[in-house]
Design a protein around this ligand. Sequence first.
Ligand code: DAH
Length: 350
Amino acid sequence: MDERIVSLKAQFEADLSKIENVADLEGIRVSYLGKKGSITDLLKGMKDLSNEEKKAFGQDVNILKNEATNRIAEKMQELKEKEIEKEINSMPSFDVSMPASLDRGSYHPITLVQRQCEAVFRSMGFNVEDYSEVVTDYECFEALNIPKHHPARDMQDTYYLENGQLLKSHTSAAQNAIYKKYKDALINDGTPIKAIFPGRCFRNEATDACHENTFFQMEGVMVDKDISISNLIFFMKTMLSEVFRKDINVRLRPGFFPFVEPGFELDISCLICGGEGCPSCKHSGWLELCPCGMIHPEVLKAGGIDPEEYTGFAFGLGLTRLAMMKYGVKDIRDLNGGSLKSLSQFTDDE
Ligand code: DAH
């Protein structure tokens, strides 16, 4: 190898070993590799050599050039690490033997699922409404086409107050108030009614792994001109696919509820087997999730909306059931038990 290359290499290494900061390193880079740098100069001097010599010399200079570039990059890394270390060492020290504070709370799994559903529906233009837990018989039943002594009331026995009011047995109890709140905007300005209302519901139930006297639902309604079952399917599919973070298939089966006509049970493809059949879905490939339907004309009328002109869909999503499915909770009583040990396993996975 040409002597000039050997000595320049040695000089470069000697200079590099003295560098202690990034600014000086940049100086070295310019003085060796810059346009007027010593390595670049070597290449310029090649013109006086024979063709044979040029080839060997050129190759060696290029090797040196690459080596120098790599060494500078390595040194840069080394200097940066040293700077970080220096910064860490200059921070105030703390007592590692102090016990960590571990009493940070976590959200309840139902809150997590509720917030996810709310976020998805909000993004699709739905308002999120809050509603009372104590309601009138009219709101909970009569306005929903369930007159006194109707057999549909049997399944929704709840807790009555002495003044005749009751703890709502389903979130459908808020429907009437929602229609009344938004009907003027619908009729006068053509603004569709799009609302969801999550809430706590109560029923006189004997409790077991699947039943509780207190549980959560999320009702949703959409009313406008020409709303059809396809709109219902679209919104449900979008929401469920977001919540479960995978493409969810849905199917509708006929179901009876006095406040919808036609009424359906909406099933989703089994989350465990994806629809092939397994013990979780009783080998059917489907899980029953959400009753729904097209709002009954009488219910629209009770809310001050003309059923000849407007149609809508409603659904009553079981939030408690959804949370159990999403987090694999097998016994509903674990959710209301208040045991922090089981509930603190759930953190927001957003
Ligand atoms: N409120 C019903 C219940 O709790 C569920 C329901 C069924 C809600 C059909 C709806 C619906 O909005 O369209 O049993």
